[in-house]
Design a protein around this ligand. Structure first.
Ligand SMILES: NC(=O)C1=CN([C@@H]2O[C@H](COP(=O)(O)OP(=O)(O)OC[C@H]3O[C@@H](n4cnc5c(N)ncnc54)[C@H](OP(=O)(O)O)[C@@H]3O)[C@@H](O)[C@H]2O)C=CC1
Ligand SMILES: O=C(CO)[C@H](O)[C@H](O)COP(=O)(O)O
Length: 486
């Protein structure tokens, strides 16, 4: 029997799309899904798609593994978390030395680090490949961020790059990220930026709706216009579509969707890891917290009733206000990317991954959810200065921020005056002001820490690294707490 080039496990949205994409590129593909009493997923896949490529369907794992050419290449597209470990355990006894397991789900990079070590210790290879692009990307070309067992990369490079999206210059949106959990860390940060982008776009929509009284179709037109300029991106494009979408009875679906945002963890992990690594990620954190806050629907209803505010008067005309919203969105988007790339820079140093920031920006230019025109100047910036600690240090980004600052500020003045919550626009502006402030009020924090806990401080008139303690009340002594930062 002719063997398959690759096997795909898990035939939900992503696995199905990727299997079809692989077959469309001419690969022979074996597919497997765990058997069910209630539905035969594999049989259904073969009935619907069996003729679309050279597929073999299995609901028996050993037969699936035996159907693959050596070294076996198996792409797991199962629910992130314990299912990945379960599938690995089921596969290990069936493998031969040198076989390659790939996890294309949204796994936590720490799990991937552990799985790489474990699977390698058993004589096999493990690749944790973050994949972005949703259903459409899986089917027509995704952005793929592989990392883990580097020795296996040459074996799978051609296959993964063939199913990746192609950027405008024709290059595949799939490059090797680094060892261990590097690929899944990069995907996690991608999703963190995705959360921020989505929150920022939602705030733009909210301001137009509540301060200008613009209807869905009108807002859609603005987004459509913006999608031809600096803000060009997939998320802006689909937002225009979403805003126009009507149900059969002629009502806009968006107006009937409950304002409670879900989340599957990657945004939260970005913030947790930023905190662990000491990287300020306040805009992305705000986007995560806003999803949490949205989920407190009952509480919001109760407090809204308690703190009633004036109804908006819709006095703002599009001219000035639209430019302000556009600029706030654009400048905040720059901050979002600045924070995401700063996090990856720090993680790369800490985990010794040697992440290539320019390559990351390039593979995010197509296929993924955060694909945007802005990724071109980001790639160019990191090509020029690979270890730049923050995008805001680059002249091109400085010019963008300086140009938009007056209108960005002006929007925040208006939203504050008119009781409209735009926490992400505001977090971005405060990050910008803080990062560009040479002297922050942290001197007072240090004084307070030393006052109540003898935690010591550095002085402006002494070299860095020398620590002092003051007897603030005249009743203390020279004893001080340990000098360390967690
Ligand atoms: N949906 C999206 O837009 C994106 C998803 N991802 C990630 O890709 C992965 C797959 O996502 P998606 O296609 O949405 O599907 P889901 O995350 O809903 O995962 C469903 C698949 O996992 C299988 N599965 C669940 N538990 C187990 C288990 N214990 N053992 C074996 N198989 C199991 C299911 O099998 P069964 O049918 O038997 O239940 C099904 O095939 C996830 O990690 C997801 O986070 C990444 C990018 C985008
Ligand atoms: O990875 C993705 C795209 O890149 C997924 O769509 C992601 O799972 C969406 O995240 P969440 O459900 O947390 O909003």
């Amino acid at each position: 029997m002719e063997k398959s080039d690759i096997g795909v496990i898990g035939l939900a949205v992503m696995g199905e799309g990727l299997a079809l994409n692989l077959a469309g590129k001419g690969y022979r593909v074996s597919v497997y899904n765990r058997p069910h009493r209630e539905k035969d997923v594999v049989k259904h896949f073969m009935q619907v798609h069996g003729e679309e490529g050279r597929f073999k369907g299995f609901d028996h794992l050993a037969a699936f593994v035996q159907s693959l050419t050596s070294p076996r290449k198996i792409l797991m597209m199962v629910k992130a978390g314990s299912p990945v470990d379960e599938v690995i355990e089921q596969l290990l006894p069936l493998l031969q030395p040198g076989d390659i397991l790939m996890d294309g789900g949204n796994s936590n990079f720490e799990d991937t680090e552990r799985r790489v070590n474990y699977v390698e210790s058993q004589g096999f290879y493990f690749i944790g490949a973050g994949i972005s692009g949703g259903q459409e990307g899986a089917l027509h070309g995704a952005s793929i961020m592989p990392g883990g067992s580097e020795k296996a990369w040459p074996e799978v490079k051609e296959i993964l790059q063939s199913i990746a999206a192609k950027a405008e210059d024709g290059s595949p949106c799939c490059e090797w990220m680094g060892k261990g959990g590097a690929g899944h860390f990069v995907k996690m940060v991608h999703n963190g930026i995705e959360y921020a982008d989505m929150q920022l776009i939602s705030e733009a929509y909210f301001v137009m709706k509540h301060m200008m009284g613009t209807g869905n179709a009108g807002i859609a037109s603005w987004f459509e216009t913006w999608n031809t300029g600096k803000l060009k991106s997939y998320l802006i494009e689909i937002t225009a579509d979403i805003l126009r979408h009507k149900e059969k009875d002629g009502h806009f679906l968006l107006d009937r969707i409950l304002d409670v945002a879900g989340q599957k963890g990657t945004g939260r992990w970005s913030v947790i890891n930023a905190m662990e690594l000491g990287v300020p990620l306040n805009l992305i954190a705000t986007a995560v917290f806003q999803r949490d806050l949205s989920a407190e629907k009952e509480l919001r209803m109760r407090t809204a009733a308690k703190y009633e505010r004036d109804t908006p008067v819709f006095t703002h005309k599009p001219g000035v206000m639209i430019q302000e919203i556009h600029d706030a969105l654009y400048a905040s988007k720059i901050i979002s990317y600045a924070q995401g790339f700063a996090l990856m820079q720090q993680a790369s140093l800490y985990f010794n991954w040697q992440l290539n920031q320019a390559a990351i920006a390039r593979i995010w230019r197509a296929g993924c959810i955060i694909r945007a025109a802005l990724l071109n100047p980001i790639a160019e910036t990191f090509d020029h200065t690979p270890l730049l600690p923050n995008l805001l240090l680059a002249s091109w980004f400085k010019a963008q921020i300086i140009e938009t600052l007056p209108t960005w500020k002006s929007l925040l003045i208006k939203t504050t005056r008119e009781n409209t919550a735009v926490p992400a626009f505001s977090a971005a502006l405060n990050y910008f002001y803080s990062l560009t402030t040479a002297y922050l009020p942290a001197n007072l924090i240090q004084a307070q820490r030393d006052y109540f806990g003898a935690h010591t401080f550095e002085r402006t008139d002494a070299p860095r690294g020398e620590f002092f303690h003051e007897d603030w009340t005249g009743e203390g002594n020279d004893t001080h707490a340990g000098i360390y930062n967690a």
